[in-house]
Design a binder for this molecule. Structure first.
Ligand code: ADP
Ligand code: TRP
Length: 323
């Protein structure tokens, strides 16, 4: 750890991680290890807005830790931890809440969606963006790799940091989002955004058979084998593109346009390409998923690294506001 820019991101332990999480957040986040000091955490406080089963919450947390381990996260040199192991983040949330206008929260997408669907809105869901801003600001983060759906949360974070700095003097680093353009939103089995809440996911490190079955279930139009097909509107092609090289992508696009390629064959090709990348990680995942001693060790060492920075920042903030 040292002078490299700091990259931070979080993921909620709300279910099985899927290909959208992988391409939108996990993969780019892990790649940043090469050039950045990274702080990644499991957003278990955030998950409390929807997960009500304590055992499930704990198991989901281990699941994500094992997934990051299997995909090559270097826990020695980077911090990987539970959000709830850093109590300074909730202290900062109160302080920032006091300079956050209710109107800003009312414009947040998650809140607006819940209102539109007539769902009950807890205070946790309503003030979710403040907690997320604090997750980022408490570690002096420079960059935040996330999927497109988190863009607004990053804008809110920057607004709050700028407002605090303006009111009390420089305390926060202003972070920037890193959003992979190519993979901005991965479609799910039904063509909508792949999301745990839509039940349309392809689980990332599921056993091979189950993984293949999910890929074969991707919805396509009903064109016959002979008909030319449009790669740009096809979910199978959209996924394939994220895993294949440029030449392979061009070759498959040509076969789509020429006709003679059935969706069954396209899906099989897609499965093989995805599987080539995920086979190795899947094996490592299976070996370590139930080794709770190891997984706890990873989370504890991450906590110790993260807490040092969180303490520095909270001290700075307390001083600025007069506590
Ligand atoms: P979900 O919508 O399945 O509950 P999360 O909200 O836990 O997913 O998202 C975790 C991370 O994965 C975020 O950075 C988010 O932007 C990214 N992500 C989730 N779904 C997708 C998707 N379909 N395409 C690209 N990125 C995604
Ligand atoms: N809100 C993010 C999601 O739903 C998870 C998250 C919480 C996060 N805190 C964060 C992401 C801080 C990046 C930085 O996926």
């Amino acid at each position: 750890m040292g002078s490299k820019p700091r990259s931070l991101s979080g993921i909620k332990p709300t279910g099985t991680p899927h290909l959208g999480n992988y391409l939108g957040m996990i993969k780019p986040a892990i790649q940043l290890q090469e050039t950045h000091e990274t702080f990644y955490f499991i957003a278990d406080y955030h998950a409390l807005t929807s997960v009500r089963d304590p055992e499930q919450l704990r198991e989901n947390t281990y699941d994500l830790t094992a997934v990051f381990a299997a995909l090559g996260m270097d826990f020695e040199n980077h911090a990987f931890f539970r959000q709830s192991d850093i109590p300074e983040v909730t202290e900062l949330t109160w302080i920032l809440s006091c300079i956050t206008s209710k109107g800003l929260m009312e414009r947040a997408h998650a809140y607006k969606d819940a209102m539109a669907k007539d769902q009950e809105v807890s205070m946790g869901l309503f003030s979710y963006p403040v907690l997320m801003a604090c997750d980022i600001l408490i570690y002096d983060s420079n960059f935040v790799p996330v999927g497109q759906d988190q863009r607004q949360h990053l804008e809110i974070t920057r607004d709050l940091a700028i407002r605090f700095n303006h009111l009390y003097g420089e305390a926060f680093v202003i972070p920037e989002a890193i959003i992979e353009k190519e993979v901005a939103t991965i479609p799910g089995l039904d063509g909508r955004k792949m999301s745990k809440s839509y039940g349309n996911v392809i689980p990332l490190l599921a056993p091979e058979k189950q993984f293949r079955k999910a890929v074969m279930k991707i919805t396509t139009d009903s064109k016959s084998v002979d008909e030319p097909k449009d790669p740009e509107t096809c979910s199978v092609f959209a996924l394939y593109k994220c895993f294949a090289g440029k030449k392979e992508q061009e070759d498959l696009a040509e076969r789509y346009l020429a006709g003679g390629l059935g969706y069954g064959e396209a899906k099989q090709l897609c499965f093989e390409t995805l599987n080539a990348e995920l086979k190795g990680p899947r094996e490592i995942y299976q070996q370590i998923r139930n080794d709770k001693t190891k997984l706890n060790g990873i989370l504890e060492s991450g906590r110790d690294k993260a807490r040092v920075i969180a303490r520095e920042v909270i001290d700075r903030v307390r001083d600025k506001v007069g506590l």
